[in-house]
Design a protein around this ligand. Structure first.
Ligand code: MG
Ligand code: FE
Length: 168
C-alpha cells in the first residue's frame, strides 16, 4: 500500500470512530437525568463530534478519488461498545464517565497517528484539521477525568439516600 492509501484508510476509520462517538454520546446524554453538569458537557461534545465528522470528511474528499459512498466500518470499536454495556448497570453514570475518558483517549491516540501520517505525506491541511480535533478530544478527556471524583461522590451520595435514583 502507498502512504496515501494507508492514510486515506485511516482517515476513513477516524470518520467511523466519530460516528460511533456520536451515537454513544447521544445515548449517554439522553439517559442522564440527575447529573446536569455531565449531561451538558456531553451535549457540547456531541456538537463538536458532528463538526469533527465534517472536518474529517473534508480530508477524505481531497484524497478519495473513487467518489464512492462512504460506508463506515462498524465493529472495529466493539471493545468500547462493550464498555458502554455498563449502561444498564446500577452504577451506569460512573461506568459511563469512566468509558468516556477511555474513549476520548482512544480518539487522541488515533489523531496523533493521523497527524504523523499527514505530516509524512505532506498534507499540511490534514495535519492542521487533526490537530484542531485532537485539542477538543484532549479538552473532553481532561474534563472527564477532572469530574470523575465529583460524579463518583454524587453517585455514592444518591445511592445511599433512600428513594433517590442514583444510576443515571
Ligand atoms: Mg471525536
Ligand atoms: Fe471525542
Amino acid at each position: 500500500m502507498t502512504h496515501e492509501e494507508n492514510y486515506l484508510a485511516w482517515v476513513k476509520d477516524a470518520h467511523a470512530m466519530e460516528k460511533q462517538a456520536e451515537s454513544m454520546l447521544e445515548k449517554q446524554a439522553a439517559r442522564l437525568e440527575h447529573y446536569p453538569d455531565l449531561k451538558a458537557r456531553i451535549e457540547q461534545h456531541i456538537d463538536e463530534t458532528r463538526q469533527q465528522q465534517a472536518m474529517v470528511q473534508s480530508v477524505i474528499d481531497r484524497y478519495d478519488t473513487s467518489h464512492s459512498v462512504l460506508k463506515d466500518t462498524v465493529g472495529k470499536l466493539t471493545a468500547f461498545g462493550q464498555a458502554m454495556g455498563g449502561m444498564l448497570a446500577d452504577d451506569e453514570v460512573v461506568k459511563g464517565a469512566i468509558s468516556s475518558y477511555a474513549f476520548e483517549n482512544f480518539e487522541i491516540a488515533n489523531y496523533t497517528a493521523l497527524i504523523a501520517a499527514a505530516e509524512l505525506i505532506g498534507d499540511t491541511e490534514g495535519a492542521r484539521v487533526f490537530t484542531e480535533i485532537r485539542e477538543q478530544e484532549v479538552a473532553m478527556a481532561d474534563w472527564a477525568l477532572n469530574h470523575l471524583p465529583d460524579v463518583t461522590e454524587q453517585f455514592l451520595t444518591r445511592s445511599a439516600a433512600p428513594g433517590v435514583e442514583a444510576k443515571k
